[in-house]
Design a protein around this ligand. Structure first.
Ligand code: PEP
Ligand code: MG
Length: 435
């Protein structure tokens, strides 16, 4: 515990309105300590946002057609800065509790989850700077070799990220057979290139990319996207399922109907939950799928339990379902819903809350995927969070667009620097009971 005159006390908090990768305003924040150490972040923002996420505060009205975050920025300067002034940056839990108390609501709707997270994250970065350590090292006190996460990389995009060209949101490549980060990224890049070539053969543009840099194409069915990427793995000279497998983020809350059915707009049909589960189960037989995210609506606990019973060998990842909330994760663990959680710090509002979720998941045998948002920024700390929390997996979109490559490049650099002193997570990190 640091003393009242510690040089790691927070001495300054500065905030500004910045931009995310969709060109929408977001909150930037710098925290400075008495020692001169500093941390700076620009927080991300989702598009397929779950109902149970903390509140992202936007101005409403002008400027930017209501998308501005000037009130959130003011909240940082006027309310959150005084609330954390003088607190020790190494006591993240205390800082985060002060931020949450200053807001005073369960979902951070008074000051804004975007305001709260900006201060929380900038404090963490300042603390690591103060310790003179790279963030991933600052976070990991396990004494074990650093654990480099298995990447999950967006190849084809749909849903809210690609003008709904597909109903499902992403088809991703997971280099399950890779033994190191550089090889994992190289294999995915080869798959990405091959997918573009196949699309061009079909008369599609391979230069049109979606919010996360995935390829955006007109395909006749949702399953055609899985077929395309499977063929691309082969075209890249790799073995589907052995070298590179598929993950799918269905983001089903985006096309779930209030009556419990699912509307597949590009296929012009509607299915019941059971028909949808049958269909997704067939995908797992036809294609090398190792991970399925948000297969069902965020409110369908019973459906998730049934899904988990049917496909226990597949990673069943809850994003909107859990919304990085400990209470929702606990409910899922209790019911046996899913076997993995997507962790997005801005769904929950503070570093400590997100870290607790990771710990609970890993202790409970759930796999963890640390994830960026579809509207992200040039910050690279997410790679450090994935390593430092020993999460085992990371998902930050495609291998293109600088807000994505910032994270991959950070990961590649850390991997290169550590060499044999780190462990690569490999396919063991995936959730699901494999035979
Ligand atoms: C990253 C995702 O998208 P968004 O940030 O739009 O929620 C996701 O759904 O996993
Ligand atoms: Mg998702």
């Amino acid at each position: 515990m640091a003393s009242a005159t510690s040089t790691s006390q927070i001495s300054g908090v500065f905030a500004w309105e910045a931009l995310d990768s969709r060109g929408r305003p977001t909150v930037g924040c710098e925290v400075t300590l008495r020692s001169g150490a500093r941390g700076e972040v620009v927080v991300p923002s989702g598009a397929s946002t779950g109902t149970y996420e903390v509140h992202e505060r936007r101005d409403g009205g002008e400027p930017y057609g209501g998308f501005g975050v000037r009130q959130a920025v003011r909240a940082v300067v006027d309310v959150l800065a005084p609330a954390v002034h003088g607190l020790d940056a190494h006591e993240q839990e205390t800082v985060d509790a002060a931020l949450v108390d200053a807001d005073g609501t369960a979902n951070l709707s008074r000051l804004g989850g975007n305001a709260v997270l900006a201060v929380s994250l900038a404090t963490l970065l300042a603390a690591a700077d103060d310790a003179g350590l790279p963030l991933y090292r600052y976070l990991d006190d396990s004494g074990l070799p650093p654990l480099l996460p298995l990447p999950m990389v967006n190849i084809v995009s749909g849903g809210a990220h690609a003008g709904r060209l597909l109903d499902i949101q992403d088809v991703l490549a997971v280099p399950v057979g890779a033994t190191e980060t550089a090889q994992a990224i190289e294999w995915v890049w080869r798959v990405r290139t091959a997918t573009g070539e196949l699309l061009e053969q079909q008369g599609e543009q391979a230069s049109l990319v979606a919010d996360e840099g995935g390829l955006a194409a007109h395909l006749p069915t949702n399953a055609a996207a899985l077929d395309l990427v499977t063929r691309a793995i082969e075209r890249a000279g790799l073995r589907p399922g052995t070298d590179v497998a598929l993950a799918v983020d269905l983001a089903a809350s985006q096309f779930a109907l209030p009556n419990g059915r699912y509307r597949l707009a590009i296929e012009d049909r509607e299915v019941s939950r059971d028909e949808w589960l049958d269909e997704v189960t067939r995908w797992c037989h036809e294609f090398p799928v190792v991970s399925l995210e948000d297969v069902l609506s965020e409110d369908d606990w019973a459906g998730w339990v049934e899904l988990t019973r049917r496909l226990p060998h597949v990673q069943l990842l809850g994003d909107d379902l859990f919304a990085t909330h400990l209470s929702r994760l606990d409910e899922g663990i209790g019911r046996g819903a899913g076997n993995a959680i997507l962790v997005k710090p801005n769904q929950t509002g503070t570093v400590s809350r997100a870290q607790r979720v990771v710990q609970r998941a890993l202790e409970s045998g759930y796999a963890c995927v640390v994830s960026a948002r579809s509207g992200d920024t040039e910050d690279s700390y997410l790679a450090d969070l994935a390593i430092g929390w020993r999460a085992g997996q990371i998902k930050v979109g495609s291998l293109t667009r600088s807000e994505r490559t910032a994270k991959w490049n950070r990961l590649l650099r850390i991997a290169a620097e550590l060499g044999d002193r780190a462990t690569f997570a490999s396919r063991q990190a995936l959730g699901g009971r494999r035979p």
